[in-house]
Structures are given as C-alpha cells and as structure tokens.
Ligand binder design. Structure first.
Ligand SMILES: NS(=O)(=O)c1c(F)c(F)c(SCCc2ccc(C(=O)O)cc2)c(F)c1NC1CCCCCCC1
Ligand SMILES: [Zn+2]
Length: 257
C-alpha cells in the first residue's frame, strides 16, 4: 500500500474519529419544554432566496447509511431570521418505524413521526468544513413531519426516488423543485437555541431553529421514509434519531407567545 496514497475516506474517518464534541454541554437534540421557553420578539421571519430550484437542475439524493441526504445548489440563501447570512448545503431526515415516532427534537416530551433538517453554513466561510468548527458557523432549520389526511405533493418530488437509493452508498439525481415546499407552510413561528450536530463529530456550532408549524404527509409517504432505506448490512434504516441531550442551563427562545 503506497503510503503516499491519499485516501479521502480514511482522512474523513480520522477527522471525525480523532476529535469530537459529543460529550459537550451544548449538545442536540433537546426536548423543548414549553414552560421553560423565553419569548423573544426580536426573532424575525426568515427570508429565503434561491430555494425554487429549476427542474433542469439535477440534485444528488444519497443514502449514506445514516439518513437520506439531498445535496443543494450553492445559491440557496437565508437571512433575516438569523444574525447573519447562511448558505444551504444539504437537507436530510430523521424518522422512526411503523408505529414508533422518530423525530430528534421533541416538544413537552412528544416525539413526532419524523424531522427534516435543512443544513446551512455562514457565508463568512467558504466551505462547510471550515464553518462547522466555528460557533454559529452552522444554522439548521428543523421541522416536524406528521401524518395527515393529504398527500404532500412537494415531498412526492423526492420520495418517488427513494427506491433508487434503497441501499447504503447509492445515489441518484432528482430534478430541481421548490425546496421551500419541504418546510412548513407557515414559517413565522419558531424556537431558537444553541446546539450541535446530532451525529459525530457533534460540533457545537449550530444555531438551531425548530418551526412551530408541522409538515403534513400522508400515512403512505411517512411509510415510504420508514420502509424503503437499508444499511450495508441489509438492516432496515429506521429510528435514526439521537436521544434528547441535557440543557446544562441553556435557554430556548420562542418568537411567539
Ligand atoms: N442532524 S445532523 O445535521 O447533525 C446530521 C446527522 F444527524 C446525520 F446522521 C448525518 S449522516 C452521518 C454523517 C455522514 C456519514 C457519511 C457521509 C457520506 O458518506 O457522505 C456523510 C455524512 C448528517 F450528514 C448530518 N448532517 C451533516 C453532519 C455531518 C458533517 C457536516 C455536513 C453537513 C451536516
Ligand atoms: Zn439531522
């Protein structure tokens, strides 16, 4: 084995395994205890730009063995709801199994069926690798998925491609669509707290936003997410959420009463 061989995967593993913050005091996810939230009217609604991706632009959808990730173009920006401008990098999901909910965050102990995370990094950095090691370097928009009576047409845009990425390491291309349609209809009301990535290296660099309004999918669409993806060992990929972490004195803001 030529010792000069550069193995990005090896470096990636070294980078994530040698140093992590998973035992820190600002970890995510958390249980949002409503009685403990503090009203902060200065938290303004978000301004999204570039989220309506034209369908001739192809987005990579990948099963990485932990979740399903949709890579995003580099022109999706958010500001206003955040102290600075952030650029979207990717979105992914956390879900449960048939009959067991799988959101990462919970509200007064209630876990929802699933949760979407749209991961952004501050535009003061040129890469997410650089931003994720800095306080406030990342901003993740989180929203809960729950079963409703209607099909969600925007979710259909990528759920129909899940069978093409049913095994770990598989990826496929999805025609662009309006990414903001994957978030709740109303985005004015949200919770805000400082936390971390919910997977190693668990860097404590995430400005978290959890929307009050939920996203409604049909039972069939929730089941698509729960029953389609597998890991390398042929095990079904389900219940991919981290447990709620201690607050260690952190406060949760809410921009509504
Ligand atoms: N909730 S979260 O945002 O912390 C999160 C998770 F909980 C996640 F579980 C994940 S996936 C696990 C990390 C991973 C593994 C393999 C590969 C690959 O082979 O391409 C990529 C990533 C995952 F990707 C993310 N988000 C990533 C965190 C990993 C490093 C920074 C990249 C963007 C955000
Ligand atoms: Zn996540």
């Amino acid at each position: 084995h030529n010792e000069h061989t550069h193995s990005p995967h090896r470096d990636q593993m070294a980078w994530t395994s040698d140093f992590h913050s998973c035992g820190g005091a600002s970890q995510s996810p958390i249980n949002i205890q409503l009685s403990e939230t503090i009203f902060d009217p200065s938290l303004r609604p978000f301004l999204l730009s570039g989220f309506d991706v034209p369908e001739d632009e192809k987005l990579k959808l990948k099963n990485n063995g932990h979740t399903v990730v949709l890579d995003l173009p580099d022109n999706l920006l958010i500001h206003n709801g955040l102290p600075q401008e952030y650029r979207a990098a990717q979105l992914h999901f956390h879900w449960g199994s048939r009959g067991a909910p799988g959101s990462e965050h919970s509200v007064d102990g209630k876990r929802y069926s699933g949760e979407i995370h749209v991961v952004h990094y501050s535009t003061e950095y040129s890469t997410i690798q650089e931003a994720m090691t800095q306080p406030g370097g990342l901003a993740v928009l989180g929203a809960f998925l729950e079963a409703g009576s209607e099909e969600n047409p925007t979710y259909e845009h990528f759920l129909t491609y899940l069978p093409q990425v049913s095994n770990e390491g598989q990826d496929t291309e999805v025609p662009g669509f309006n990414i903001s349609g994957l978030l709740p209809g109303r985005m004015e009301r949200y919770y805000r707290y400082n936390g971390s990535l919910t997977t190693p290296p668990c860097f404590q660099s995430v400005n978290w936003t959890i929307f009050n309004d939920t996203i409604k999918l049909s039972e069939r669409q929730i089941s698509m997410l729960e029953d389609t993806l597998h890991r390398d060992d042929e095990e079904i990929l389900q219940l991919n959420f981290r447990n709620a972490q201690h607050m260690h004195g952190r406060i949760i803001l809410a921009n509504f009463r």
